[in-house]
Design a protein around this ligand. Sequence first.
Ligand SMILES: CC(C)(COP(=O)(O)OP(=O)(O)OC[C@H]1O[C@@H](n2cnc3c(N)ncnc32)[C@H](O)[C@@H]1OP(=O)(O)O)[C@@H](O)C(=O)NCCC(=O)NCCS
Length: 412
Amino acid sequence: MSPEPPASPHAVRTLTDPAERRRAFDLFLSTLHHGPLTDEAWEAHGHAPDEHWLGLDGDGPDDPVGSAYSFPTRLTLPGGAVVGAAAVSGVGVRPDRTRAGRLSALMRAQLAAARDRGDVATVLRASEAAIYGRYGYGVASRGEHVRLDARPDWRPGAPAGGTVRMLGPDRAATVLPALQERLAARRPGGMTRSPRWWRRALRPAGPTAGQYKGVAVHTGADGADDGFAVWGVVEGDLRTGGGDEVEIQQLWADGPDATAGLWRFLTGLDLSSGVRGWSRPLDEDLDLMLADARRHRVTGRGDDLWLRLVDPGAALAARSWGEGMPVVLRVHDPLLGGGTWRIGPGGAAPAAGAVADLECAADGLATVFLGDRAPSRLVAAGRCSEHTAGAAARADALFAVTGPAPWCGTFF
Ligand SMILES: CC(C)(COP(=O)(O)OP(=O)(O)OC[C@H]1O[C@@H](n2cnc3c(N)ncnc32)[C@H](O)[C@@H]1OP(=O)(O)O)[C@@H](O)C(=O)NCCC(=O)NCCS
């Protein structure tokens, strides 16, 4: 049974009026230290009726002090099931009203609304890592920031890639959304994007007006499109002799051949000294394809997708499982109510009253759910309790994923 959340003094309102949404979005931008949107940028941002917007009033309804919104998405789980989820963004509280429980009020309202709509999960990208764990979010996938020198020597036998063709903005807007949706359905953590997301990512005008944006699609040996890249160029500093660098904004590839084909293309571009990628999937393995692996440098690693299971029973039932003996997992969730499930190779089923082998909070379950981290690592880190010897190792085998590593690759 869900425990009653403590009453909040902050009244959260659903915003349907576009003008109110725009004020809420400008408030959010201000919490990120950005100025308000221009009319043109708001036009490009667009007003989508299927989004769910929340606001907190200050001295009146025209004076928002808190905001959060979400758009509907479809999230891929291990094994390929795709479930409905809410992609959360626009979260901000005005600096003169912070640390008084307003974010908590927004989060509670948002999670309750997502559950009432039947969403299985909510997902977000976090500005800071210390904020969202308390609301049951965990880092479900991670990415690596990388740099690959231009024109590296590829090992003999490394995937050669297929053909690459460039697209103009109009063609890109037609081809890329469907291709990304197909590719995102092949990777745990992959998610669909809203039309607005695409408009903002591909529009030639707006904050990046005048900057170069390249788009290319990769076609495999079977003649089907199986990857794409969107990139910009960061100008080098002539004073230090630094050359221009290609900066990947998006790169999706279905397997090593498409990955190599797109990276070969980008690293082969003239007038560039290297290619930078931010939050790339952990299994991209470019270093294994190079004659000199150090021409590929991992410059950092960070959290990719933050996941919150709103309906953990549905989520556990929908994903696939590895081999081995079952485990009983108890999940504590003061916000939405936890539960106990028996998980085995054949699936997961509620097991109320069963003795738990493993116990964790909602953020712990989210952290292991897509297969990025093994449950035993959470036990070792003190984030999950093992009550039955060997249960964590059994859970490792069950939660393990085969195939592409979990990765979202969408910033929203
Ligand atoms: C992050 C932000 C939304 C928090 O809003 P808030 O109204 O101050 O949050 P609350 O008062 O509801 O805080 C709830 C809890 O989170 C903690 N918390 C809030 N912001 C935190 C932060 N940035 N780092 C660590 N803890 C934080 C509070 O201390 C509080 O902890 P408690 O429950 O143990 O008392 C607000 O500071 C903000 O707008 N920041 C700038 C924009 C931003 O980063 N938005 C998030 C985009 S993903």
